[in-house]
Ligand binder design. Sequence first.
Ligand code: S3P
Ligand code: PEP
Length: 430
Amino acid sequence: MNVTISPSRVQGRARAPPSKSYTHRAILAAGYADGATVQDALWSADTKATAGAVDLFGGDVDRTDDGTLEIEGFDGQPGVPADVIDCENSGTTMRLVTATAALADGTSVLTGDSSLRSRPQGPLLEAIADLGGDAYSTRGNGQAPLVVTGPITGTEVSIPGDVSSQYITALLMAGAVTEEGLEIDLETELKSAPYVDVTIEVLEDFGVEARQTDAGFAVEGGQRYDPAGGEYRVPGDFSSISYLLAAGAIAGDEGVRVEGAQPSAQGDTAIVDIVERMGADVDWDREDGTIDVSTAALEGIEVSVEDTPDLLPTIATLGAVADGDTHITDAEHVRYKETDRVSAMAEELGKMGVETTEEQDALTVHGDESDLEGVRVDGRGDHRIVMALALAGLVADGETTIAGAEHVDVSFPDFFDTLEELGATLDRSD
Ligand SMILES: O=C(O)C1=C[C@@H](OP(=O)(O)O)[C@@H](O)[C@H](O)C1
Ligand SMILES: C=C(OP(=O)(O)O)C(=O)O
């Protein structure tokens, strides 16, 4: 699908979709449990892939008419899947499920789409091998397809922290149901660290304790996943909220109110501070979970995405509209996502007339709203690139057409409906 956006102003209320990160963890945690009910789950391409994996390990994920997930778990002992696990476009699914597969008494095969089959899995495969499992990439290049044979028996492992925090999440979630637990030492500094905080928060809500140590993280074995009252509720997604706040900051003269924005462990809540630092008017009522934002003259800032890689596309678009340089630093790990998002944003914004300077771990956007021209851009098969370019289209001169716009189904399936409800003029075509 192509979406063509005409220059538009936005105003009104929009509800944040539920968090993708919390939903993945809740579905898998319910799988590790005897079962659980998950309320307000995000039902998107990525979270469906995790639900499919839980089914293949012997659980059952059933979605009721009101969107609640009724999940039967495999009670700490995943079965050997009867089919290949297709993780589609979802890095979170592949990492978390690789560690689940390492608990099964037999062999699992994992694959995904061409984007996922180009992302790094090597450090997690080595960790599983060090723990006594057998785990390899069929092409011997650390990328999927993956073949994983369990069960793991070891209790201590070391792993780099600067490729993906999802390896740590995966090992903590699986380690809780091993006999003796796991101690995970970090070989390098942890990037995307708040995502491990999200994991520890979800585990706690499922009655499982995991903790940070001097060397990394640790989890006791023999624990049972069991949420209070058998239920878990997913909070709103601050990565998705970033697009709504950015829309309000660049084109919301009368103001945009985002609902469903209660505080949680998500690092991407940093977007509230970022749009404020750039000059937008922002007011976050944490108790009500509402954020009001309206536009003002924006100015470039310096911002590190060490903890918040998924914000880079949003910040790059904000930087294109802001006056002066926006310097996005600590961004090397943002190159290992659905696309190399540092290059993708530099190149696609470049097509719209924006000047950028790319370094291995940084992106500087030389902002000036009057540079932005509506042209045809490529969403690169990456939901966050699509959404960030759509925002640029709101204030570009002329129409902006985004190819591959259907990929928003990965994390924010209603993104374009929401933008239209806020007043954006857009047209969908094949
Ligand atoms: O654990 C998670 O839910 C995620 C962790 C982050 O990945 P990395 O840890 O690989 O940076 C983030 O980019 C991804 O969208 C979701
Ligand atoms: C990188 C992302 O997700 P994943 O790693 O699960 O593919 C994302 O949602 O931006």
